[in-house]
Design a protein around this ligand. Structure first.
Ligand code: SF4
Length: 684
């Protein structure tokens, strides 16, 4: 803990689920944080933060912070609680969990994701606790596992270009990414490239703020990215824009994919993607003839049925044109596997505490269905307890009507570690006050750059809040877990988390660049067993276009009843469901809204600013309509993710989404959702 001085600056790291993992400089005056700035010396951050995190003091000192343990006194979901001491809360929680564990510990399910990306306050002491308990394992799939597993099948890991090299690219395809809103520090490098003459092409169903600033926007239909990649491949073949030498030496399985791609004429591709044949031809020409060409793919495009296959197909493109030969060519979806050599998750999470037990795995995407399941041989025991941390499933999990019904079960024992009374906390039996990033120690990897980050606590915990690590330490003690690993303090955990890293230098400087080659696959060397880019992957075969679960191609009857495709990208000033309760940010967003093109709005009698109802067979959601060319005809953009209790009728957009999974990675398909929209007054 830094010595308390009248004014000091503490090095920290942004914990949020964003590829940029910014280095922060936190100014503390008389024990209070007065300013949070970007570190100008950290190359990816270069002194700039997004609006969200530059308001961090407002979030930390928010009058609605949960600062004492709370015990439910009203019905589930009513949000009525009374303060209780830590000792009483921990004793009762331990007693309840022990009673359930005595029957079957798998009836207890942890539920967590990337509310913090920190290695310590994420899955360290928490993982040890649940391993020791023998609780169900959680398949943490809600965001990126379709793309992540697709990359692993193709490149051998979540590996890609270095962020800074985009500044030297001559062509950048910004594919499925509203970079200005959700990858701001990549955008800085893209702008540098633009100033040096590069062409920027945005491929996204929504005409985002990023699309506004690119040279070209290709507004394809949601879930058709794989078809576009196949159409591009055909043009690359026919025009001989391939790097035959690179393919021969570093790609395996191309002939079968080549044959498949030849069926994707520009006309067929255009029809499936909802674009023009000329857009396909021109994009292929740009990509095949410009060097170095780079792709910045982001996770939005893989939240559809065929998301995994689409990522595989896009990831093959840089290999076909030899883009990887240059540091400024290639692709980045995630850089997180670059950290694999430097982090020790086994030391941190202690899976050996499971012993010989092999608990079942619950997929976090299907928590709605799973909370409503009875015990069965296939499912195992009914879920009797949930311990939620770093996540807000009642707001963010798909198909909320079922999620809410599950969380409202009076026989479900729910403990929520939280900073605020979220929709999920409202459904808890106990809410345990958790610290923010400014109040605890952590270390971070990144999925958008290749620097390890250190987060020094800037201030002591507010009120009675505790770091997640400390809460699980104390819970372990209350359960009677006496293994020495439950007494490791946070610094011990931080040292255990990293290897081949100069810990003292990292702590002193706040960040440390990984020693990696500039052009990682210039001469092949992918992390696959063969060292090659793999097309015909074991168990997956050769990738193909996979249509959406809900589309005219796969479900024509459904598409007649619900003719509009809905995507639900994050509002610019929110980060998933984080920051929705920060008044100054919520004021910028205004209110929940759906962007709709006038070609869809006018025939339905919808005018700009009208309250409309979005609906399908799963539910309905009320919000304001914004007539806008940000929406293409046939697609509506319902911006998320609002807290349910701050939305009209106490609902959010996940009222409409479903729990069906992606083709690879068992992930959600949030952006694969058909709806109809009507003025709110119409009977629906
Ligand atoms: S949310 Fe992203 S851009 Fe904003 S400060 Fe955090 S890492 Fe940086």
């Amino acid at each position: 803990m830094p010595a308390a001085t009248p004014r000091s600056t503490v090095r920290a790291a942004c914990p949020h689920d964003c590829p940029d993992t910014c280095a922060l400089l936190v100014t503390v005056e008389a024990g209070r944080v007065v300013k949070v700035q970007g570190d100008p010396a950290h190359p990816p951050t270069h002194g700039a933060l997004c609006t969200k995190v530059s308001r961090y003091p407002e979030r930390t000192y928010h009058p609605e912070r949960v600062l004492r343990p709370l015990r439910r006194v009203g019905p589930k979901g009513s949000g009525r609680f009374e303060p209780v001491s830590w000792a009483a809360a921990l004793a009762d929680i331990a007693a309840r969990l022990k009673a359930i564990a005595a029957r079957d510990p798998q009836a207890i399910v942890p539920y967590s994701y990337a509310g913090t990306m920190g290695l310590l306050q994420g899955e360290s002491m928490a993982a040890r606790f649940f391993h020791r308990l023998g609780a169900s394992l959680l398949d943490r799939t809600i965001c990126s596992s379709a793309g992540g597993e697709a990359l692993a099948a193709t490149y051998g890991g979540k590996l890609g270009m270095h962020l800074a090299h985009y500044a030297d690219s001559q062509l950048i395809l910004i594919w499925g990414s509203n970079s200005i809103a959700s990858n701001l520090h990549f955008w800085t490098f893209a702008q540098q490239a633009k100033r040096k003459g590069a062409k920027l092409v945005c491929i996204d169903p929504r005409k985002t703020e990023t699309a506004d600033k690119c040279h070209q926007h290709i507004a394809l239909l949601p879930g058709t990215d794989g078809a576009l990649a196949l159409g591009l491949m055909r043009e690359l073949v026919l025009n001989d824009w391939l790097d035959h030498d690179y393919i021969a030496r570093h790609v395996e399985g191309w002939p079968a994919l080549r044959e498949r791609a030849m069926a994707w004429t520009p006309e067929r591709t255009a029809e499936v993607c909802g674009i023009t044949p000329d857009e396909v031809r021109q994009l292929a020409r740009d990509y095949g003839t410009t060097k170095p060409a780079a792709i910045r793919l982001n996770y939005g495009m893989q939240r559809v049925h065929g998301g995994g296959s689409a990522v595989r197909l896009v990831a093959i493109l840089p290999c076909l044109v030899g883009a990887w030969r240059h540091p400024a060519g290639g692709m980045l979806l995630s850089a997180s596997s670059w950290f694999k050599r430097f982090r020790d998750d086994v030391a941190l999470q202690r899976p050996e505490l499971l012993g010989a037990r092999r608990p079942r795995t619950v997929n976090m995407v299907t928590i709605g269905d799973d909370l409503l399941r009875e015990a069965s041989p296939g499912f195992g025991p009914k879920i009797e307890a949930l311990v939620v941390y770093n996540s807000n499933p009642v707001a963010v999990a798909p198909e909320s009507p079922k999620v809410v019904q599950g969380f409202a079960r009076e026989d479900l024992f729910t403990v929520v570690l939280e900073q605020f009374m979220t929709d999920t906390a409202d459904h808890a039996d106990y809410v345990l006050p958790a610290t923010t990033q400014l109040e605890h120690l952590d270390v971070h990897a990144s999925y958008g750059h290749t620097y390890v980050m250190f987060n020094e606590p800037a201030i002591p915990p507010l009120g009675q809040a505790k770091p997640n690590t400390q809460i699980f330490r104390e819970l372990a003690a209350a359960m009677g877990f006496d293994e020495a690993c439950f007494r490791d303090d946070d610094e011990t955990l931080a040292r255990a988390a990293l290897r081949e890293i100069d810990f003292e230098a990292l702590r002193r400087d706040g960040w440390l660049k990984l020693p990696l080659p500039d052009a990682p696959f210039a001469d092949g060397g992918f992390a696959t067993p063969s060292g090659k880019c793999v097309i015909d992957a074991p168990g997956l075969g050769v990738p193909d276009f996979v249509p959406n679960h809900e589309s005219a191609l796969s479900a024509p009857g459904l598409a007649r009843r619900y003719p509009l495709a809905m995507i639900s990208p994050p509002a610019r000033n929110f980060l998933n469901s984080s920051f929705v309760n920060v008044a100054s940010l919520r004021d910028i967003e205004g209110e929940p809204l759906v962007e709709i093109h006038e070609a869809d709005a006018l025939p339905r009698g919808i005018v700009d600013g009208a309250t409309v109802r979005l609906f399908n067979d799963r539910g309905s959601y009320l919000c304001k309509a914004r007539l806008s060319t940000r929406a293409r005809p046939g697609v509506v953009n319902a911006l998320g993710i609002w807290w349910r209790k701050l939305g009209l009728e106490g609902r959010n957009v996940n009222e409409l989404t479903h729990q069906r999974l992606t083709d690879i990675g068992r992930a959600p398909s949030f952006y694969d959702c058909l709806v109809e929209v009507a003025p709110a007054t119409a009977a629906t």
